[in-house]
Design a protein around this ligand. Structure first.
Ligand code: C2O
Length: 476
């Protein structure tokens, strides 16, 4: 089979708005939307694999318990599961394109919202905003979104940040405190709840929250055609991370490789079962990305690449040196909390010596038991007045209610703030942590209330209420 190349959607869009890949995507989406919910190759079924809230009884297949609500989040299966998900989705779209008389070898483009060389990077490509297709039919690529349909930049530069994730030296943490690239180890399927990797937080979760609308919840995200291009980019960043120098390797643990099974259907609607084994080599799966060059090379002033990459990570026992004494509600305005710090008595050497000791400690701020409901929102986090990253609430509602699968304790976030502490000469007795809702720039074009034939019942509510159970500070 010939190798497919997944292309940058903005490069395609600069050729023309309805470049062939996008026009055929739109036609295939419209075709898939005509198929019945119970057909594994239908648009609705494909989204239900990711999440399904239950609103079309009677049309549901008997085996939905096996195939729906399967997305793997907040753990080290996030990347492999979504890679297979895209793989079969792409095959289904490609087959549909052929059936409609289009070319063979259709490949899923990716949305690189972090491309520093493209001033339009965070805008939705025009094919996802146009009201009509070239033949005058309604454009199925345009759906209700919280932002972007009018041509504004989506979210803030912080929500498209890739420095935090690409600089992670390891795929999975050796402790529950240190944040890593790909998520925490678990030994069973994990739909939600737990410790996400830094890629899953930003740009993944933050771009879900920035687009909003259907993209803001698990059970509606796959109904937005941009979802698949967003995830192609996340999948691409996995390849980018692994190609960066210095031991960026995927887990070799059989708990990751073989233990957990992922059920899907192929392009002919036949059941298939996959694991993470063999998933790492995208070329072996028949596709490559147009560009997996390192976007951080040379971008960090005064730091040679290898020094930056090899920031030491001593294996010390993490020690908690402070915690907020009450839950912190995330509000529509600015919320601040002061975390009192104590001098560590254990292996931590205290904030005073961070960066000075022979074995410098990392300073980690943990947001524990983040719970709530509603459509994902992004909060900019400031530590001692300095921007530390985005806290996206994508996935929080799904992790908040107790189900048979998890206790409903919400999500856990880890921010490495070592550099901020070093650069701001932090007070060793207190840490100020603030949360500011991410600002969305106004849309240049006025937005008519979108009508989504057939999908109205799927419109998630706008906004939500979220709370952090505890903010704590660790030396690790
Ligand atoms: Cu399973 Cu971006 O979500």
């Amino acid at each position: 089979m010939a190798t497919r190349t997944r292309r940058d959607v903005w490069k395609l869009s600069k050729i023309k708005v309805w470049e062939d890949t996008l026009l055929w995507y739109a036609k295939a989406v419209a075709k898939m939307q005509e198929r019945k919910l119970s057909d594994p190759t239908s648009w609705r079924y494909q989204a239900a694999i990711h999440g399904y809230a239950g609103n079309a009884p009677g049309e549901e297949p008997a085996d939905k318990a096996t195939y729906w609500n399967q997305c793997q989040h907040h753990c080290w299966f996030f990347l492999p599961w979504h890679r297979w998900y895209l793989y079969y989705f792409e095959a289904i779209v490609a087959k549909t394109v052929r059936e409609l008389g289009g070319p063979a070898g259709w490949s899923l483009p990716y949305w690189n919202y972090s491309d520093a060389s493209n001033p339009d990077a965070r805008k939705l490509p025009p094919a996802f905003r146009e009201e009509k297709l070239p033949d005058g039919k309604p454009n199925p690529l345009r759906v209700n979104r919280g932002a972007g349909n009018g041509g504004a930049n989506v979210g803030s530069p912080g929500s498209a940040d890739i420095k935090i994730c690409l600089k992670q030296p390891k795929f999975t943490a050796e402790s529950a405190i240190v944040p890593r690239f790909g998520g925490a180890k678990v030994t069973a399927n994990n739909h939600s709840g737990g410790i996400q990797g830094q890629l899953e937080r930003t740009p993944h979760g933050s771009m879900h929250g920035a687009v909003g609308g259907l993209m803001g919840t698990f059970e509606t995200a796959g109904l937005d055609p941009i979802f698949w291009l967003h995830h192609a980019n996340i999948d691409r960043l996995w390849d980018v991370w692994r190609k960066r120098p210095s031991g960026h390797v995927d887990p070799t643990d059989t708990d990751w490789l073989d233990r957990v099974k992922f059920p899907f259907h192929d392009a002919d609607g036949r059941p298939v079962t996959k694991t993470s084994r063999g998933v790492s080599d995208s070329a072996a799966l028949g596709y490559v990305y147009e560009d997996i060059s390192d976007p951080l090379r040379g971008a960090l002033e005064g730091v040679s690449f290898d020094e930056e990459e090899e920031s030491p990570m001593p294996s010390r026992i993490p020690e908690m040196i402070g915690a907020s004494n009450a839950p912190v509600p995330l509000t529509a305005g600015r919320t601040a909390t002061e975390v009192p710090l104590t001098a560590p008595t254990g292996p931590g050497a205290g904030l005073e010596s961070v960066g000075g000791a022979a074995e410098p400690a990392r300073v980690i701020v943990a947001f524990e038991n983040v719970t709530g409901e509603g459509v994902a929102q992004n909060f900019a986090v400031y530590v001692n007045g300095t921007f530390a990253g985005i806290l996206p609430t994508f996935g929080v509602p799904e992790a908040s209610g107790a189900t048979e699968k998890h206790p409903g304790g919400g999500l856990e976030y880890r921010f490495d703030v070592t550099e901020i502490v070093q650069q701001t000469g932090a007070d060793p007795r207190t840490m100020r942590v603030e949360f500011v809702p991410e600002q969305q720039e106004p849309e240049p074009e006025p937005q008519p209330e979108a009508e989504d034939a057939g999908l109205e019942s799927m419109q998630p509510r706008r906004g939500g209420t979220f709370e952090i159970g505890r903010v704590s500070v660790y030396l690790a």
